[in-house]
Write a protein that binds this ligand. Sequence first.
Ligand SMILES: Cc1ncc(COP(=O)(O)O)c(C=O)c1O
Length: 409
Amino acid sequence: MKGRFAERTRWLTASDVRELLKYAQNPRIISFGGGLPSPDSFPLEDLRVIFEELLREKDVGAFQYGPTQGDLRLREALATRMRARGIRAEAGRVLVTHGAQQALELLGRIFLEEGDIVVVSQPTYLGIFTALATYRPGYHGIPMDEEGILTDVLEEDLRALAMDELRPKFIYVVPTFHNPAGVTMSLRRRRALVDLAATYEVPVIEDDPYHELRFEGDPMPPVAGLDKEGWVIHLGSFSKILAPGFRIGWTFGPPEVVNKMSLAKQGADLFTNAFGQRVAERYVSLGMLERNLPRVRTMYREKRDVMLAAMEEHFPEDSRWTRPQGGMFLWVTTRPGLDTKGLLPTAAERGVVYVAGHGFFAGKPEVNHMRLNYSFPNIPDIRRGIATLGDVLAEKKRVKAPAATPART
Ligand SMILES: Cc1ncc(COP(=O)(O)O)c(C=O)c1O
């Protein structure tokens, strides 16, 4: 088959995280790697009730071909939930997708020509790179701090690009409980972001799969809720609040965006898994989601607390980390020059894995970061795994950073 593949397949590579999933399946390894929800978060009893209902009612729609845009009842339920958060949503402008990941791929398909500019935070969710790989955009990275993406830098850069008659195709952000950084964008920056989108006429993709997992602090309005002019495309997902196995996500956006995405989706898979959509709809409308969320939040808060306390105890003094108020990740910065990718085989030999920060950067990566997931491992494993990782970090002498990797364009 060699030599027969399309040129675009050259740009398809496995993400660091998917590679790590093989460790997550090995029960002897403690995995802080993948972004997996806790198996204890899956509402198995509720699911049994829903499955039985669907079978008893002979709900053939759950098994039949369905509309590309998605089940109307589910879209209505989603629009109602989004309206409760201040987004002026309606079912006609919602598209149900196979996870938020498919929405990202479809957005690449409808927006990008090769070489188009996509703005991302540094670091960013690395699934955006896999989603857009075959469309070959050029990434423009904007640094972030504990208040999210630096909107003043973004403004300067948008202005400079405009002087060269360049305009990014979109700005991609994860404002709430950022993956991988664990931080939440402040209200001030959210407002600045929607203003910039309107001024420079650049769409913002707000990827928001974690907001329901807040276990501390006050909720923040979604960026789409602050948007008056229709520049924000909002993505949601059931992966972290029900189960990722159903692959149910959604997009709310301007009608022309939703229409183009629907057309692109028809070619990809006709429509999203009908059974999963029915399950998700019942899970919301029967009040099960609302009943289950407090339990999941409590579970994740406890795991985060255990991880933070273990890090205080075991990590060397020259490392820092974020303290997320929700979501599933925290972001560690080790001493400058320490290459966390180089450290991974040693950690894995001792029975612990994490995701090295490298893959979350567009272009030249900062090498001294790691993303730690606290939702998946159990509490004794968090304690043991962090102690081991602390030893590995403390033992490691300064290691040379690897040669710069080529820009991901
Ligand atoms: C920021 C972000 N976007 C999208 C996804 C993909 O989610 P889904 O399972 O809905 O495809 C993830 C999964 O970890 C994520 O963290």
